[in-house]
Design a protein around this ligand. Structure first.
Ligand code: P53
Length: 474
């Protein structure tokens, strides 16, 4: 087996991280619009609405909203077969609870998709990528509220109908499983618009929100297939495999439970029901969740067509005999893996882990896979107007090699590969511009200063060659 002839070599971004134009064309305020800039090791703050005198990097981002034509021309020069982006929910339903969509927002994506299709670039679209309407947080409490299912489904149905002849590949919720890390504020807020009170038990709230999202996702899949049976609608899972620290059976067991806590989401997406290890856990912990018989039918009727996932790094866990059996505390029990290097931001670099997780998904679900994010966040230095990012090329090459081995040696069915942030954009985790993933450089710094001009890094020419040779010239 080799890579498919129609293999979708592409690049990935998300609306809030590159568009800017945060109030253009009637757009509403999203959760990304109330997050300040952070730094390496300094969390972004979530403010109560948009406040004066704060630096909100997503408001302007890289101004793709106004520059998409010249940018898409560059993407075409790079040779992209597909372009993964998201539709900002707040351009279509600015508050999230309107009955009628905002035409200016719909028109923007019509124009963007037409521009892509003009060059033969296929749009690959995420419906909700860390940018839900902020109004749904303040008025409804985010995804802890069942009403959000209807709001999301209305949004999904609107864009499915509008773009049914322009978009074939869709994903519902970006990295829906990040919120397994509910101890930190970032993931529950960006995934689900969750803010917690001080004395609240966060864990069951997260499970409830995720349940409503999974039901909303399943309903969207069903409706999408009714609108266009050709649609391929996938999950989007942040895959950081959790290795056991040693061959000690306790570490093995610990890692297995840790994997269950982080990856049950794709079990529900792909199988249409809750795995018994999780329902047993809910029971043992006494979590009373609102999961109805009708929900169960919806989950079963809307399973995904493929598994989309991001892969940046791997984790490792050591059993600490924490008094909770093998239950695992993500915030406390991960350890540094001495067998792999790490980036400046502490992300462990593990190319072989990509082959490992492709096998893991393939064994578990027997569905096609789509690597919709992978990449290396690094500081780039401009020398005489050029960026020699051999470190980025080395990272991507090593991962593509493993990806090809998973296809050729292990028989995994893979739809495509879209490296993350192939044009520099605002980091989700830190809000920085300095943490760059791009093959296209964007002149802007963490303080928001710069000309926003675009230029090609060495990795641009390299990736162009990779695409042209369908992965043979690495
Ligand atoms: P940044 C971790 C933390 C935050 C977002 O991340 C993440 C992850 C990955 O496990 O997810 C994705 O910008 C996400 C993108 C994001 C990218 O990883 O923090 O889907 O939106 O930009 C890279 O370096």
């Amino acid at each position: 087996m080799t890579l498919r002839n129609d293999f979708l070599w592409g690049g990935a971004v998300a609306a809030h991280q590159l568009e800017g134009g945060w109030q253009a064309g009637g757009k509403g305020v999203s959760v990304a619009d109330v997050m300040t800039v952070g730094a390496n090791g300094v969390a972004r703050r979530i403010t109560d609405g948009v406040l004066p005198d704060e630096n909100y990097p997503n408001h302007e981002a890289i101004d793709f909203y106004h520059r998409y034509k010249e940018d898409v021309a560059l993407f075409a020069e790079l040779g992209l077969k597909c372009f993964r982006t998201s539709i900002a929910w707040t351009r279509i339903f600015p508050n999230g609870d309107e009955l009628e969509p905002n035409e200016a927002g719909l028109q923007f994506y019509d124009d963007l998709f037409d521009e892509c299709l003009k060059y033969g670039i296929e749009p690959v679209i995420t419906l909700s990528h860390f940018e839900m309407p902020y109004h749904l947080v303040t008025e409804y409490g985010g995804w802890r509220n069942r009403q959000l299912i209807d709001f999301f489904v209305r949004f999904a149905e609107t864009v499915f109908k509008r773009y049914k002849n322009k978009v074939k590949y869709w994903m519902t919720f970006n990295e829906i499983n990040n919120q397994a890390n509910y101890a930190e504020d970032f993931a529950p807020f960006t995934n689900s618009g969750l803010k917690f009170t001080d004395d609240e038990d966060r864990e069951p709230v997260m499970y409830q929100a995720a349940h409503y999202e999974l039901v909303a996702s399943a309903k969207a899949v069903k409706i999408g297939h009714d609108i266009n049976p050709e649609f391929q609608i996938g999950s989007m899972i942040a895959m950081c495999p959790i290795y056991p620290a040693s061959m000690d059976p306790r570490d093995i067991m610990k890692a297995q439970v840790a994997m269950q806590r982080r990856y049950w989401f794709s079990d529900v997406h792909a199988r249409g029901h809750y795995p018994s290890y999780l329902t047993a856990y809910f029971k043992r912990r006494g979590f009373k969740l609102d999961i109805t018989e009708a929900d169960k039918k919806d989950l079963a009727a809307g399973t995904v067509d493929y598994i989309g996932f991001s892969y940046y790094r791997s984790f490792a866990v050591k059993d600490t005999d924490n008094g909770a059996g093998f239950d695992y505390d993500e915030a406390k029990e991960l350890i540094r893996n001495p067998y792999v290097d790490a980036s400046e931001w502490g992300w462990q670099i593990d190319p072989l882990g990509l082959r490992y997780v492709m096998n893991w998904f393939n064994e578990r679900y027997e569905l096609p896979l789509f690597i919709v994010e992978n990449g290396f966040g690094a500081v780039d230095e401009v020398v005489d107007g050029k960026i020699h990012d051999d470190y980025r090329i080395a990272y991507l090459r090593a991962h593509i090699e493993q990806m090809i081995d998973a296809v050729e040696i292990d028989g995994v069915d893979l739809l495509g590969y879209t490296p993350w942030g192939f044009i520099d954009l605002v980091s989700a985790g830190t809000g920085e511009m300095k943490k760059r993933y791009g093959m296209i450089y964007v002149d802007k710094d963490n303080d928001g200063k710069g000309t926003l001009s675009r230029s090609k890094k060495d990795s641009f020419d390299w990736y162009q060659k990779v695409i042209k040779s369908n992965g043979k010239e690495l």
